[in-house]
Write a protein that binds this ligand. Structure first.
Ligand code: ATP
Ligand code: MG
Ligand code: FE
Length: 331
């Protein structure tokens, strides 16, 4: 089947055509990154306005690049949440209007489920599996025994990993979004500052990054006050080592404890070079198959929404036309 998928939960206006849940026919992403850079972060009203300007163009482009017309499409899928409500609404309304006008079913998709299902465009799932979702708003370890069944076994108690990256980057006066900037600088530095690693109680799969973030910011204040030179490369590398040590250790432990066949790393932070390398190294000598999507499927896109929607399509798990944006949607 062919699904036209739409994603507008944050600052990317995206549409894609996915065939059979696993084959990417087109993947169009109009990013608003440069617009929000001026403000140092995403401004919700500005995001909504740009989604409205872009959505029709992006949907048409996705159909064009897939070389299909709307008549060839079997269902229209859209991110219903979580995300910014005004941003989500643009996608949800576009999807409903298009589906209604052409008599197609609508499928609502959870954004984080989408991040996990990005992997289906590369490799079929092998259950039971564990997914580490590390993004701008989420840090979660999710256990799955079958499609559509999510057990959150660990999550952040404060900042998400991507959020910590973005805030530390800001403290270093790096442009938004900070993750890729820290990633780049960290490759040139070393863990000289030895910031804390937060493992929480013995046996916990939860995460906490706000203590680390605060200690980096305090260190920067201290250095600035004393007029000492700040080695941004070493600060970036040290911060990143602390984050990644904890992510890799906890994920590895959970994968062993739950005896999973596959580990999927998903979300924007899974684009991180060092995280990818370290996960590969840690899982190399295990029976767990490691799956990390290519970079263009890590950050927000609509292909991942189409991949997830395919499962719901086959269950005829359609939304009704009163589908609404749900900024706090649970998994
Ligand atoms: P969510 O998916 O939780 O709703 P989101 O959609 O805003 O949040 P994503 O687009 O999945 O998040 O990811 C964006 C985050 O990923 C940002 O915090 C960004 O800094 C981070 N990020 C992107 N590339 C990298 C990288 N190479 N290294 C570290 N972090 C990165
Ligand atoms: Mg984004
Ligand atoms: Fe996301």
């Amino acid at each position: 089947e062919l699904i036209l998928a739409i994603e507008t939960s944050c600052d990317e206006t995206a549409a894609a055509v996915v065939q059979g849940g696993t084959k990417l026919r087109s993947n169009v992403v109009a990013t608003q990154m440069e617009i929000h850079q001026k403000f140092g972060g995403v401004v919700p009203e500005v995001a909504s306005r740009h989604h409205i300007e872009q959505i029709t163009i992006v949907m048409e482009q996705a159909l064009y690049e897939a070389d299909v017309s709307i008549d060839d499409i079997d269902a229209v899928a859209v991110t219903e949440g979580p995300g910014l409500v005004g941003a989500l609404l643009v996608g949800v309304n576009a999807a409903k209007a298009l589906a209604y006008a052409h008599g197609k079913p609508v499928i609502g998709v959870h954004h984080i489920a989408g991040h996990i299902y990005a992997n289906r465009l590369e490799k079929e799932f092998e259950f039971p599996l564990l997914s580490l979702v590390v993004s701008g708003g989420h840090t979660e370890l999710i256990y799955m025994e079958q499609h559509g069944e999510y057990e959150i076994i660990g999550e952040t108690r404060d900042d998400a990993a991507g959020e910590a990256y973005d805030k530390v980057a800001k403290a270093l006066n790096l442009p938004y979004p900070g993750g890729p900037q820290i990633d780049r600088l960290a490759q040139l530095g070393e863990d000289t500052y030895q910031f804390p690693r937060s493992y929480l109680e013995e046996g916990s799969y939860d995460f906490s990054f706000s203590g680390l973030k605060t200690s980096v910011i305090n260190k920067l204040h201290q250095l600035r006050q004393k007029g000492d030179e700040i080695d941004r490369e070493n600060v970036a590398a040290s911060f990143q080592e602390s984050v990644i040590d904890v992510l890799v250790d906890k994920t590895y432990q959970a994968a062993v404890d739950y005896n999973v066949k596959q580990l999927i790393v998903a979300g924007g932070v899974s684009a991180n070079q060092t995280l990818r390398r370290r996960m590969e190294r840690r899982f190399a000598d295990t029976d767990v198959e490691l799956a990390i999507p290519p970079l263009y499927l890590c950050t927000d896109n609509a292909a991942m929404i189409g991949a997830k929607a395919s499962i719901k399509y086959h269950q005829q798990n359609y939304a009704s036309l009163d589908l609404n944006a749900n900024p706090g949607l649970m998994m």
